[in-house]
Design a binder for this molecule. Structure first.
Ligand code: GLN
Length: 204
């Protein structure tokens, strides 16, 4: 199984380490040419969604990646990656709104916890997985998921809520987390995702 890790900016190295430790071949997406290599899953790391979005455009990777996600490519997105999937973004006045793939019917709020409560650690239940550790870093949260299906025909599901805010969601093969599973020791979220990837790959 091969995963492509978006490596333009942010915390991509940690994801690679984790997925490699689970037996997944990983390579980095740094230019449009890297998109020619075959892969079974896409990892969108945390970082700065505005910077990542701009680089995806400048490097002519944006449209091709969006088309792949639209045609069902499994995606494991954290934090800034969650923002990149959303079809609607809320931000404070003066905070930038990045261009997003818009493949996941949800509204995400950037830098949602304000400056003081920017980073925190907790544990909470993720549906279908169990209670997992969660590290939030200047995290977004999902304001709402839409009832309308995504471009892949899937309906969004809420997987975790922390302090009344949606922190993990799934829409078909797209998984998005407001927190950083790659920074904790627990691997159940990645293992759960890899089952979805295997099932998708088996269907061809
Ligand atoms: N605040 C970042 C953004 O809006 C996300 C933070 C993160 O990925 N850790 O892009």
């Amino acid at each position: 199984m091969t995963a492509a890790v978006l490596a333009l900016q942010g915390a991509f190295a940690e994801h690679e380490q984790v997925f490699r430790s689970l037996g997944v071949d990983c390579f980095e997406l740094r230019s449009a040419a890297d998109l020619d290599r075959p892969f079974d899953a896409l990892i969108l790391p945390g970082g700065e969604s505005t910077v990542q979005s701009k680089l995806l455009r400048e490097l002519a990777m944006f449209d091709r990646l969006r088309a792949m996600i639209r045609s069902g490519l499994p995606v494991f997105a954290t934090c800034a990656g969650m923002i990149l999937l959303a079809d609607r973004i809320e931000a404070d006045p003066g905070d930038k709104v990045p261009e997003t793939f818009g493949t996941f019917p949800m509204t995400v709020r950037r830098n949602a916890y304000g400056r003081q409560l920017g980073s925190f650690h907790t544990r909470a239940e993720v549906q279908g997985v169990g209670e997992v550790p969660m590290t939030f870093i200047r995290a977004p949260y999902v304001v709402s998921v839409e009832a309308a299906p995504s471009p892949t025909g899937d309906v969004p599901e809420i997987l975790a809520v922390v302090d009344g805010r949606i922190a993990a969601v799934r829409c078909g093969n797209q998984y998005a987390f407001a927190f950083h599973p790659e920074l904790d020791e627990d691997r159940r979220l990645q293992q759960h995702f890899l089952k979805i990837v295997a099932a998708h790959a088996a269907r061809g």
